[in-house]
Design a protein around this ligand. Structure first.
Ligand SMILES: [Zn+2]
Length: 175
């Protein structure tokens, strides 16, 4: 059915990179990724305003996080081992260096930091947090692992003048 695919994301839509890019391979410069990200952000903000654009990036990040977890992480692991695997995968995919700063396993309250973040590390300081996609991404990963909904809020960001991104994570609904 033409077009029907666009309503649903499928991991397979990312394609077979070994067949598709035999010479250029899996990697692309961060500059190219950010060029797409920040031009997309500019166009969406012009059309829909900043608040709605942030919501769009959070929603896309959440979908990406859920799919990333389902396809690349082992959700059967105990939480500490799951976090270790997540840290390794985020480095392997050059997304960032994740650290768990605080964790209350009873309430699922957490503070996470991401250093050398793919989206923001090195950006000019504009006194705002820009990692809306990461907020959704981390929430989506935790949703896929626990089945629960989380609120993830970035409180520190390179674009705000900080050296790492810092995310406050709270459980909003236990399903
Ligand atoms: Zn950030």
């Amino acid at each position: 059915m033409p077009g029907a695919n666009h309503l649903f994301f499928h991991w397979e839509s990312l394609g077979d990179l070994e067949i598709g890019r035999p010479n250029l391979g899996m990697m692309a410069p961060v500059l190219v990724y950010r060029l797409m990200l920040y031009t997309m952000r500019t166009v969406l903000t012009a059309r829909f305003g900043l608040a709605e654009t942030k919501r769009i990036f959070v929603a896309a990040g959440r979908l990406a996080g859920e799919e990333f977890c389902r396809h690349l992480l082992n959700t059967q692991l105990e939480f500490d081992k799951f976090l270790t695997e997540l840290q390794e995968k985020l480095v392997e995919h050059k997304i960032g260096i994740l650290r768990v700063e605080e964790l209350d396993i009873d309430t699922w309250d957490m503070t996470l930091t991401v250093a050398e973040d793919l989206d923001c590390s090195g950006l000019p300081v504009t006194n705002e947090t820009v990692c809306d996609y990461d907020e959704g991404f981390l929430g989506g990963i935790l949703k896929a692992y626990t089945g629960n909904d989380f609120r993830v809020e970035e409180i520190d960001c390179w674009a705000k003048g900080d050296r790492v991104c810092r995310f406050k994570v709270n459980l909003i609904q236990a399903n």
